[in-house]
Design a protein around this ligand. Structure first.
Ligand code: FAD
Length: 358
């Protein structure tokens, strides 16, 4: 068993910000490690451009080795298979166990998938991203009609990015398209999807897959052999199994200081965590990274913690697949190539800021 002062689990967006800050400003004392499945982290803001063949893979990834070296943080490339929250012990897929005084979780989430009977339908989840891209490249060799499940910003970007590459693309949303977004953005997104020939079915929850049919309730609504999952986030089961207090969906319940409600020695941020009364899409802003970096430093140095204040609904930029973007800022919406250039600039800046030379 190896002992650490702090282990960051998962190279999510907030942890990338923490590492960058420690590399450039000040790193807390102690033995610190980052545990992640791979030696790179994907920046999903750039994935639609990769799928639309506007970017290369390197443009969409952050290399973790130089970032960790600059932050003097040990990089452990392995999947975490389980955790004991009381003892702060992580169990790794290769059989090792790691113990740490403090832990910080930024491990994202899985995807909800309807139950399937028969194997006539090939189902490809958009996460983990490495597996998704490998599967997508295989599908691209022989393009066929397909359906996407999900009404999230990610599914809209995905549909617009691949609409020109597959025949008869269909998008199924359990509720309205882009729930929680302004009416202006939703209407613009619907307009773009229709222009690209995407058949959008709102309020059509897919309950199960039977052979090559998608069923909503008992009604067969689509027939085909390829399904892309980009639907709602599913909490990793090991979070609850670890003994952490979770919300009803199994995401880690956290306090404003970003600490677990049940285990103050464990922080949790990003998509794997729920800050009470705050929609999860707002709680996972890049500002979490800034507060988390300060709070981890304070925790290691025995100092008081700061509280995180979730921002009001900020800027939303959705790639429209043609180099442009749809924009929403506090209910004001617009679209066009200019906003696409703004999005490219912001996304490129994020990736470049985390590319630290040795
Ligand atoms: C094409 C696409 C477009 C999208 N567009 C938008 C958008 O416009 N707006 C929006 O809000 N969201 C969008 N999303 C969703 C967005 O990507 C996620 O909400 C976001 O990535 C979550 O960030 P995170 O920092 O919480 O975790 P992630 O970025 O998912 O990072 C989690 C990290 O933890 C690692 N990890 C996970 N489990 C383990 C484990 N057991 N052991 C070790 N390491 C582990 C993973 O390898 C990963 O590096 C999009 C998604 C896709 C696929």
């Amino acid at each position: 068993m190896s002992d650490y002062d702090l282990i960051l689990v998962g190279a999510g967006h907030a942890h990338l910000g923490v590492l960058r800050r420690w590399a450039l400003v000040e790193r807390p004392k102690g033995r610190i490690a980052l545990l992640n499945c791979a030696t790179h982290a994907w920046y999903t803001g750039r994935l639609p451009g990769l799928l639309a063949e506007r970017f290369a893979e390197d443009d969409c990834q952050v290399a973790l080795e130089p970032l960790c070296r600059a932050a003097k943080v040990e990089l452990i490339e392995c999947v975490m298979s389980g955790m004991d929250a009381d003892a702060c012990i992580l169990r790794l897929a290769d059989g090792r166990s790691l113990q740490s005084q403090w832990l910080s979780l930024d491990v994202g989430a899985g995807l909800l998938s309807p139950p399937q009977s028969g194997d006539a339908m090939q189902v490809l989840a958009t996460r983990p991203i490495d597996d998704f891209l490998a599967g997508w490249r295989q599908w691209q060799r022989e393009p066929r009609r397909l359906a996407i499940l999900g009404g999230t910003p990610g599914s809209v970007e995905l549909a617009l990015a691949i609409a020109g590459q597959v025949p008869n693309l269909a998008l199924f949303c359990g509720g309205p398209l882009l729930p929680g977004q302004s009416l202006g953005l939703r209407l613009r997104a619907l307009g773009y999807l229709r222009l690209c020939g995407v058949q959008v079915r709102e309020h059509c929850p897919i309950g199960r897959i039977e052979d090559d049919w998608l069923l909503s309730g008992d009604e067969p609504v689509w027939r085909g052999r390829r399904l892309l999952l980009a639907s709602g986030a599913r909490a990793w089961p090991w979070l609850r199994a670890a003994g952490l207090a979770c919300d009803t969906e199994g995401f880690v319940a956290i306090h404003d200081s970003l600490q677990s409600l049940s285990h103050p020695q464990i922080f949790a941020v990003g998509e794997c965590a729920t800050l009470r009364d705050v929609p999860r899409s707002l709680s996972r802003s890049s500002r979490q990274g800034r507060v988390l970096a300060g709070n981890l430093q304070a925790a290691l140095h025995n100092q008081p913690l700061r509280l995180y204040r979730a921002p009001r609904q900020g800027l939303t930029l959705l790639a429209s697949g043609d180099g442009g973007a749809l924009l929403d800022w506090r209910g004001w919406s617009a679209d066009g190539q200019f906003y696409g250039r703004c999005k490219d600039w912001l996304d490129q800046r994020f990736v470049r800021r985390h590319h630290l030379a040795d």
